[in-house]
Design a protein around this ligand. Structure first.
Ligand code: 5GP
Length: 228
């Protein structure tokens, strides 16, 4: 009776530094086979433990600029004031065409650009419980120098101001709870009226006629007069 759009949905997950959005996304991907993550390109250096093609495609600044020139990017930004990060057009389209939902883990500016191009995009912001916790997590990670930490904090405060542009905000205090909340958001999004392509009610008049003529309803006060 209800036909939903075959193409998958675009879901953007953004969040302040160290909000744990990567962990939330990994959990979502493990639990939901209909979800796929678009791997971004970046010109920043690979961190220890990161895998090329899984965390990012790590390319040089020149290679990135070549991709921009060739119009291969759906969107791109210079994040934390120094490196290119961007979403490849072709890969996202290929995944959406299979009917799977695509998660883009991108910053707030990129999110706005995608939303302008595709207004149905679902925007979710993952927030750390407090900036104090962010500070502790950055220190523990120990991968950035002081200057980089300051830039990340500046970006975080700017990004928090952009939360009203998002559809949903999820505080990642307890991981399991945060994952459940995002799953609930995605589940309810599948029921949205504007995601339905067609509501087909077949032989509407015949069905109503049959229903009214049914003997069980002969004595119903509501229909008695009308059927006589
Ligand atoms: P990180 O260097 O910590 O991996 O990521 C820094 C920021 O870049 C994060 O806020 C992340 O969401 C953002 N980012 C990652 N990939 C993309 C992308 O393809 N486009 C945009 N606009 N931002 C991205």
């Amino acid at each position: 009776m209800i036909r939903q759009r075959k193409q998958g949905n675009l879901i953007i997950i953004s969040g302040t530094t160290c909000a744990g959005k990567g962990t939330v996304i990994q959990e979502l991907l493990q639990r939901n086979s209909n979800l796929s993550l678009s791997v971004s390109y970046t010109s920043r250096k690979k961190r220890e433990g990161e895998v090329d093609g899984k965390d990012y495609y790590f390319i040089s600044k020149e290679q990135f600029e070549e991709k921009i020139k060739k119009d291969e990017m759906l969107e791109y930004e210079i994040v934390h004031q120094d490196h290119y990060y961007g979403t490849p057009k072709k890969e996202v389209k290929e995944i959406l065409d299979t009917g799977k939902d695509v998660i883009l883990e991108i910053d707030v500016k990129g999110a706005q650009h995608v939303k302008e191009m595709f207004p149905e995009t679902i925007l979710i912001f993952i927030l750390a419980p407090s900036m104090e916790i962010v500070k502790e997590r950055i220190k523990k990670r120990g991968k950035e120098n002081n200057e980089q930490i300051i830039k990340r904090f500046q970006t975080a405060y700017q990004e928090i101001n952009e939360i009203p542009k998002y559809n949903y905000v999820v505080v990642n205090d307890i991981l399991e709870e945060a994952v459940k909340k995002v799953e609930a958001i995605l589940l309810s999004e599948t029921c949205r009226v504007d995601r339905i392509e067609e509501i087909a009610v077949e032989n509407q008049e015949e069905i109503i006629h049959e229903f009214l003529m049914n003997k069980e309803f002969d004595n119903s006060p509501l229909y008695k007069d009308k059927l006589n």
